[in-house]
Each structure stands twice: as structure tokens, then as C-alpha cells.
Design a protein around this ligand. Structure first.
Ligand SMILES: Cc1ncc(C[n+]2csc(CCOP(=O)(O)OP(=O)(O)O)c2C)c(N)n1
Ligand SMILES: [Mg+2]
Length: 363
């Protein structure tokens, strides 16, 4: 694949995107399968510190989301609220593979992504409750938060809309020759949107540094992948654009990290876009208003008991005697304190002033 990618790259000496020459006869004959020659790497070897870092990071997301669910139930959070519980290993492992200059953009199931990118839990929770100290001054809510400082570009409510935007980030990176990579996340449902394929075409044509992370959590609202998708192997979705893809165990943070490292290196070395299909699962309903009647309780329970991303790390830490149960409880306490502080702030911070109704908006 690497050789094929180099061969088909544009002849620009500046490295800036430019119109591609027509493909040579040889390139035109490349079989679609050639785009699938990458192999899923083995899960990364984690040191004690890696395991503890991953444990802490995933636990922060889990406890934050549990608290958001409670606050929603108590009426402190209005509107939509999509929880990420179950999928924590995806964003955590990828963040471990990213450099500080790399960017992230995702859909509306975004609280975990923001926390992983180092955004302040107080600012995220206060945005959920619509308060002044929220990342969008309380006017964006769960689906619309951004932090240019932390390279997080949202938070998007329109299914698939972040994919052209994330591809645009990659275009800018290539134009600026800054070596940064755009990690553009979307769901299995979003993968059926037309704009995704328009983006794939441009990204492949101009060899843009974008990792397309498809979080396949098996459902789009109440519709299973089997009922909505003609091709359920999402790593193959780039074949007609010669974008390579791999399937990754998205419940194992070590597998996610090694796939992420490989994908980021692929982009950074000028080989163009790559797809990572993260096979994962959401434990909660699509949003807070979903009773999830389209699947059995047993299905959810099986994933929780056999593949939970946090329990996997915990079991390894205990088995290798890298942490005692007491030490793990102390980490849980630390994390709970951070979340409790964020929740307290989110309930006591004032609501935006009425004058804010007319700021930051286009009328
Ligand atoms: C263009 C558009 N169509 C439909 C919707 C309604 N909608 C919101 S989420 C969703 C399902 C998306 O599922 P998926 O991409 O798998 O992401 P997940 O919710 O599983 O994270 C739909 C259809 C929308 N927000 N935007
Ligand atoms: Mg989905």
C-alpha cells in the first residue's frame, strides 16, 4: 500500500494540495483489494503507567457520563444528551496515539472526546446545564462545544456533517505543511451519508492527513447495522477511493492505541487518509429519551460483563500486581471528586445574561 500510495501522489514540490494528474494506466488497473493490504496491528504493550493512565482517563469519562445522566434525570440538563458509556476505549486509545498538534472532531456523542482532549470537566458539565461557565457560554448544550486551544473542533448535531469539516482541517494542515493530522470521528449510521463519500474522494485525491474513525457501536438510533447497511464491514467503505482500512477491537484500549499509532504515522508520512473501524458498543440508549427496546437486556449485559473496556484494564492491573484494589479505589475516588466538583459548578454557576441572546449568533 505504501508504495502504491507514493506512486499515485501528486507531483507537487511544495507538498501543497494541487489538482491531481489523470491516473496512469497502471494505477487505473489497481484492484480495489489493493487498498485493503494493511493489517490490524497487534495490541500495544502497555507499561504500568500506560495502564494506569488509560484506567484514569476512561474512568473519568464513565463517571462524568453517569453524573450527566443523573443530572438529566433531575431536570438540570435539557434538550438532547447522548452518553458515551461503553465506548471509552476508542477515544482514550486514540488520544494516546495522537500528538498535541493533531485535531479531533466528532458528532453529538462528544463529552468523552472533550474530556480526552483535556477540556475542563467543569466547562463541559456547565455547558450541559446551560450555564455561563460552559464552553459555549451555556448556549450550545451537549452537542455544540469547541476548544481551539485543545484542538477540539466539535460537537456536531447533523449526522455526518463533521466529516467534510474534518477533511477540511486535514486540507488546511497539508496546505500549511504543519504535519498535523485530523482525527475525524463518525458513527456506523453516519457512514451511510453521501457527504462522507464526497469527502473520501477529495481526501484520497489530495492525500490529506485524515484518520476516519468509524465508531461502529452497532446501532444508529434504534436501527441495527444489519438492518441499515449493505456493507457491514466499515473498514471496506473506502475501497472505491483506494483508502485503506482496518477493523479494530474498540473495547481494548491497547488495540486502539496501536491502530491509532499506525494510522497517524500513515497520515503524517504523506500517504493520505486511512479508515479505522472501531468495533464498540454503547450501553445506554441512543439519547436520554431512548428506552432501547430494539435490543435485549441480555445483549447489553453480555457486552458489559465480557468486554467492558475499563474492567479489562482493571483486571490486568490487579493480575500483574501493578495496583491493589485499594489503589484502584483511590483513583476512583479522585475521579469522582473531579466529577462532583464539575457537577456542583454546573448547578451553581449562573445562567447566561439575557443580553447573550443576541451575541455569537447570525440573524
Ligand atoms: C442529517 C441527519 N439525519 C438524521 C438525524 C437524526 N439522527 C440523529 S443521530 C442518528 C443516528 C446516527 O447513528 P450513528 O452514526 O451510528 O451514531 P451513534 O448515535 O451510534 O453514535 C440519527 C439518524 C440527524 N441528526 N441528522
Ligand atoms: Mg452507531
Amino acid at each position: 500500500m505504501a508504495a502504491a500510495a507514493r506512486k499515485s501522489s501528486t507531483k507537487s514540490t511544495s507538498g501543497k494540495p494541487e489538482r491531481s494528474a489523470a491516473p496512469s494506466r497502471q494505477e487505473a488497473k489497481v484492484k480495489p483489494e489493493a487498498a485493503q493490504s494493511l493489517k490490524t496491528p497487534k495490541p500495544a504493550d502497555f507499561s504500568k503507567d500506560d495502564e494506569l493512565d488509560a484506567y484514569r482517563a476512561m474512568l473519568l469519562i464513565r463517571r462524568f457520563e453517569e453524573k450527566a445522566g443523573q443530572l438529566y434525570g433531575m431536570g438540570f440538563i435539557g434538550g438532547f444528551c447522548h452518553l458515551y458509556i461503553g465506548q471509552e476505549a476508542v477515544v482514550t486509545g486514540l488520544k494516546m496515539a495522537m500528538s498535541d498538534d493533531d485535531q479531533m472532531i466528532t458528532a453529538y456523542r462528544d463529552h468523552g472526546h472533550m474530556l480526552a482532549m483535556g477540556m475542563n470537566p467543569r466547562g463541559v458539565m456547565a455547558e450541559l446545564t446551560g450555564r455561563r461557565g460552559g464552553y459555549s457560554k451555556g448556549k450550545g448544550g451537549s452537542m455544540h462545544m469547541f476548544s481551539k486551544e485543545k484542538n477540539f473542533y466539535g460537537g456536531h448535531g447533523i449526522v455526518g456533517a463533521q466529516v467534510p469539516l474534518g477533511t477540511g482541517l486535514a486540507f488546511a494542515n497539508r496546505y500549511r505543511e504543519n504535519k498535523a493530522v485530523s482525527l475525524t470521528f463518525f458513527g456506523d449510521g453516519a457512514a451511510n451519508q453521501g457527504q462522507v463519500y464526497e469527502s473520501f474522494n477529495m481526501a484520497a485525491l489530495w492525500k490529506l492527513p485524515v484518520v476516519y474513525v468509524i465508531e461502529n457501536n452497532r446501532y444508529a438510533m434504534g436501527t441495527s447495522v444489519q438492518r441499515s447497511s449493505a456493507e457491514t464491514d466499515f473498514s471496506h467503505r473506502g475501497i472505491s477511493f483506494k483508502i485503506p482500512g482496518i477493523q479494530v477491537d474498540g473495547m481494548d484500549v491497547r488495540a486502539v492505541k496501536s491502530a491509532g499509532e499506525m494510522a497517524v504515522a500513515h497520515c503524517r508520512t504523506g500517504q493520505g487518509p486511512i479508515i479505522l473501524e472501531m468495533q464498540t458498543y454503547r450501553y445506554r440508549g441512543h439519547s436520554m429519551s431512548d428506552p432501547a427496546k430494539y435490543r435485549t437486556k441480555e445483549e447489553v449485559q453480555k457486552m458489559r460483563s465480557e468486554q467492558d473496556p475499563i474492567e479489562q484494564v482493571k483486571a490486568r492491573l490487579v493480575e500483574k500486581k501493578w495496583a491493589s484494589e485499594d489503589e484502584l479505589k483511590a483513583i476512583d475516588k479522585e475521579v469522582r471528586d473531579i466529577v462532583a466538583d464539575a457537577a456542583e459548578f454546573a448547578q451553581t454557576d449562573p445562567e447566561p445574561d439575557v443580553s447573550e441572546l443576541y451575541t455569537d449568533i447570525v440573524i
